[in-house]
Design a protein around this ligand. Structure first.
Ligand code: ZN
Length: 265
């Protein structure tokens, strides 16, 4: 069979691939439109490089910088223990571990007057009345003063990490959960009895240690699920979100950490 027809194949964007009458020579005709398309593709490649490679480069140099900071911090530790706390917090860019926590509320340590970590309570013996819970307290409760009942009491992130949950939950009212790295392990931080509508950060957003990210819910209202105005701060080991405020077996407390141990005295 003899092919002596002249034909051309139109390919995308107006470029033409043609074959001559002998059926042997191919010519690629590129028009202006094709040049524009190639220019756009090249531009996209350059933008892609900028978006994906440059941040990686910056990340590498940041890691190097924070390693240097960590080294200088180690020497600061031996010289001046007081200066350690703020340095440790400021270098706590997740996933870099931190070994101490930023205070979640002003004058934090002095507010732990009723329910420290691990205390066993029941409606009969509880330091708060009325009490509807019983078991071993998985968190630390930070109390408020009478003059703070009608004002907004800011709550600060104790570490740097993503907000992984915020909801209205039974027993808490508003609750926020943040994932951090504390003492070289992943932990989830539970902030209970917050005013839910004050938690502006979206799920997945990083909250920095020391950021004021919410306020306490109004006491004895739905904002605290009927509880007095206070912060319940729980630290659960691992990345699972466990909102339990109490466990029924003392041995189950081993899945939790005492926040007070990580707040500078
Ligand atoms: Zn509590």
């Amino acid at each position: 069979m003899k092919y002596n027809l002249y034909y051309e194949i139109k390919i995308s964007f107006g470029a033409k691939l043609s074959k001559n009458k002998n059926g042997r020579i191919f010519n690629l005709h590129i028009n202006n439109y094709m040049i524009k398309v190639v220019t756009i593709i090249l531009s996209l490649l350059i933008v892609g490089l900028a978006v994906f490679i440059v941040p990686k480069f910056i990340q590498v140099s940041n890691t190097a910088t924070s390693e240097t900071q960590q080294k200088s911090q180690t020497s600061a530790e031996t010289q001046n223990p007081d200066s350690l706390s703020m340095q440790n917090i400021t270098q706590a860019n997740s996933p870099h571990p931190q070994t101490i926590l930023f205070p979640p509320i002003s004058d934090a340590i002095n507010r732990v007057t009723k329910k420290p970590f691990g205390i066993q309570v029941s409606p009969e013996n509880s330091p708060v009345s009325p009490e509807r819970f019983s078991g071993y307290h998985t968190g630390v409760d930070f109390e408020t003063n009478p003059d703070e009942q009608q004002i907004d009491v800011p709550i600060y992130a104790v570490c740097t990490g993503h907000l992984i949950m915020k909801k209205i939950a039974s027993g808490y009212g508003g609750v926020a959960v943040q994932q951090c790295n504390l003492d070289n392990q992943t932990v989830t931080i539970i902030y209970g009895h917050l005013r839910f509508t004050s938690i502006m950060a979206k799920i997945g957003k990083t909250i920095l240690a020391g950021d004021s990210f919410a306020v306490l819910g109004k006491g004895f209202s739905s904002e605290t699920d009927g509880e007095r105005k206070h912060l319940h701060l729980g630290i659960h080991k691992g990345s699972d979100i466990i909102l339990l405020g109490y466990v029924q077996k003392q041995s189950d407390l081993s899945a939790w950490l005492d926040a007070l141990k990580y707040l500078s005295q």
